[in-house]
Design a binder for this molecule. Structure first.
Ligand SMILES: Nc1ncnc2c1ncn2[C@@H]1O[C@H](COP(=O)(O)OP(=O)(O)O)[C@@H](O)[C@H]1O
Ligand SMILES: [Mg+2]
Length: 366
């Protein structure tokens, strides 16, 4: 186990700057997910930790060593790739023990580690097969097994589940988090999938265009997104947004089509900002057809229903509120007609306010 620290890490490919300055601390034993859209620099960041890419400036620390100048094999890390990167001509066992054989480890120790890993991953029966005789899920287990047997201080995963079908992805998600919990190995896991990030990470680091947007636990990101980008990126279906203006000395949000009072904590967030343009964020579960108990103050808004998606335990209703496209939730046996206009309950204690100009969250204490 080891901490991983990135300090002022910068990356340019030729004269193109991909990461301007990345500062991130991954704690010993932590499962950190790096998430962001395709092209935002996730793999680049991971490959710099692995030593597969040079860093243009800054410092990377693994454990208590600055590893900038260290070769990948000397960094005490093991990486799992989306493509599995197995050797096709080797058996599963040979794929798994290759790295250990190169280190000239004792044969009995090699066998013990490979057999343990194979048992943990449920691939004991396949040890003598070649990769092409395995399914995608089995191949990915072999790739994970190859990382485990090295007993590294740090696991690095780069979108390891992207090539698997949806059901297997969910299963492997649980296997990888279970494995990490048992082994306690510091892990940096890259994905573009926010659901994967939310379900797997102790903490999540959100990247956009090489810039760190926010680092926090899944719940911190969900409940207090630092800016519009994180608010839009985390949560499915995504957060809705309504434009408005602060009025009444921070007591209300108003627009041409709607107006409502703010609860006390949000008033504090916009105090002194009378007249400021804001975006009001509300997640679909807090914009509802039913009036829930125990959710504090609500206000009602008129909603034109255009589409219903029944999920069984709930129904997602798409529609328009004063010309804005929104998604709301309904109880399954109490759904509106398509094309009808209905009342929605906006749960005021769960609103998120963002400065329309800076796109930053407005929160109490700022
Ligand atoms: N070897 C390379 N040479 C030049 N540009 C690269 C190279 N690798 C990645 N890039 C660029 O760096 C940016 C980040 O890429 P990458 O780290 O692969 O993103 P992600 O993994 O988040 O999808 C992209 O704009 C990509 O085109
Ligand atoms: Mg990538």
């Amino acid at each position: 186990m080891a901490q991983v620290v990135l300090q002022g890490v910068k990356k340019c490919y030729d004269d193109v700057e991909v990461i301007e300055r990345l500062d991130l601390e991954i704690r010993e034993g932590e499962f950190m997910v790096l998430v962001g859209p395709s092209g935002c620099g996730k793999s680049t960041a991971l490959r710099m930790i692995a030593g597969l890419e040079e860093i243009t400036a800054g410092e990377i620390v693994i454990g208590d060593r600055v590893v900038n100048e260290l070769h990948p094999k000397d960094r005490d890390i093991a990486m799992v790739f989306q493509s599995y990167a197995l050797y096709p001509h080797m058996t599963v066992r040979e794929n798994m023990d290759f790295g250990l054989r190169i280190q000239k480890m004792d044969r009995a120790e090699i066998d013990r580690r490979v057999n343990d890993a194979a048992r943990i991953l449920g691939i004991e029966e396949y040890l003598d097969r070649r990769p092409r005789q395995l399914s995608g899920g089995q191949r990915q287990r072999v790739a994970v097994g190859r990382a485990i047997v090295r007993q590294p201080s740090v696991f690095l995963f780069d979108e390891p589940l992207s090539n698997l079908d949806a059901k297997l992805r969910v299963q492997m998600r649980a296997e990888i988090t279970g494995l990490q919990r048992r082994l306690g190995t510091t892990t940096v896991y890259v994905t573009h999938d926010q659901v994967e990030a939310m379900t797997m990470g102790h903490r999540i680091a959100v990247l956009k265009d090489g810039d760190l947007q926010q680092v926090g636990t899944p719940l911190e990101l969900y409940e207090s997104p630092a800016n519009l980008f994180v608010a839009r990126f985390i949560g499915t279906p995504p957060m809705n947004f309504l434009p408005g203006r602060v009025a009444g000395d921070g007591a209300q949000i108003v627009s041409e089509d709607y107006g409502f009072d703010l609860p006390a904590p949000l008033r504090a967030a916009v105090r002194g900002r009378d007249g400021a343009e804001v975006l009001v964020g509300v997640r679909p579960e807090n914009l509802r057809g039913d009036r829930r108990e125990g959710v504090g103050a609500t206000t009602t808004l008129r909603f034109q229903v255009t589409l219903l998606e029944t999920l069984g335990h709930e129904v997602q209703a798409h529609g328009r509120l004063a010309g804005h496209e929104l998604v709301a939730k309904f109880q399954p046996h109490n759904t509106p007609e398509i094309d009808s206009e209905v009342e929605l309950h906006l749960e005021l204690d769960h609103l998120h306010l963002f400065d329309a100009a800076t796109e930053l969250r407005l929160s109490e204490g700022e």
